[in-house]
Ligand binder design. Structure first.
Ligand SMILES: C[S@@+](CC[C@H](N)C(=O)[O-])C[C@H]1O[C@@H](n2cnc3c(N)ncnc32)[C@H](O)[C@@H]1O
Length: 259
């Protein structure tokens, strides 16, 4: 589990040491960009970005009072009140369109991140880079990225404290390029698979964790299918059919690897 709201810096001199997950997100941030960290909690990422000189200033937002105060305390302890602007509020609503060009949203459900993007269309229209780390529902999030015209330029699966997280780096693009990114998988009836695990992840078969993630998901869905009653109502039948389609997509991709 990601630790929430408990992290206070040891003292103002101590340099921030990021976890592998946050370190990868930081590595994707272009020098000098105007960054908003949504759901900042401890504000470790914004503090690191300024301390390392990658950016001059950052906006750090959280919708919950406790994490907001933790962020403020950590920023004060790091003596960065003039460069890390901590704001209380939901999603992208705490900035004006054009105020930031890069948005980080990490450590939330994929559905919540998708809603934040939907609700912040005016701000999103001026955003170039999106750095995302969903805790679940990565497929729903990638569908939202397609809808909003963002193409995935890099993806990583990163292990932290025994759990593997999907990290997504997306950039604003054209409808044509966004569609092209998934076309290869659509041609093979693997669109759900590509959304769930990522078109770049799936094309990098040698990467650690990708095959394991697909196998674990296959076993999970097979378990659900085994428990669903065969003789049941329409809703169960539809669910069985949907799971069977997911299983077929995963099995076909796993088999391709052995060619
Ligand atoms: C698990 S923490 C993640 C902290 C940090 N981003 C990380 O990845 O380590 C999730 C944070 O998101 C905040 N949050 C949830 N929904 C939010 C929203 N709609 N807008 C802003 N913050 C939100 C929560 O209050 C919490 O502090």
């Amino acid at each position: 589990m990601i630790q929430r709201s408990t992290l206070i810096l040891p003292n103002e001199q101590a340099p921030i040491c990021l976890s592998p997950r946050l370190m990868q997100l930081a590595a994707w941030i272009s020098r000098g960009s105007k960054v908003l960290d949504v759901g900042t909690d401890h504000a470790l990422l914004p503090i690191y970005l300024v301390q390392s000189g990658r950016v001059k200033s950052v906006i750090a937002g959280d919708v919950v009072e406790g994490p907001y105060q933790t962020a403020q305390r950590n920023v004060k302890m790091a003596q960065l009140e003039s460069t890390v602007d901590v704001r209380l509020g939901s999603g992208l609503s705490i900035v004006e369109p054009g105020e930031v060009d890069t948005v980080v949203i990490a450590g939330m459900g994929g559905g919540t991140i998708a809603e934040i993007l939907d609700e912040g269309r005016d701000v999103l229209a001026c955003v170039k880079d999106l750095l995302l780390q969903p805790m679940n529902a990565a497929g729903r999030l990638r569908e939202a990225l397609q809808k909003h015209g963002f193409v995935i330029v890099d993806e990583q699966m990163v292990e932290e404290s025994g759990r593997v997280y999907q990290l997504i780096f997306a950039q604003t693009s054209t409808e044509c390029l966004v569609r092209a990114q998934y076309q290869h998988f659509m041609d093979k009836d693997q669109h759900w698979l590509a959304c769930e695990f990522g078109p770049l992840n799936l094309s990098r078969r040698e990467e650690p964790f990708v095959r394991e993630a697909v196998e674990a998901s296959r076993d999970h869905f097979q378990g659900i299918l085994n428990r669903l009653p065969v003789e049941a109502g329409d809703a169960t039948t539809l669910r069985r059919e949907e799971i069977a389609r997911h299983l077929s997509e995963m099995e076909s991709w796993l088999k391709e690897e052995h060619r």
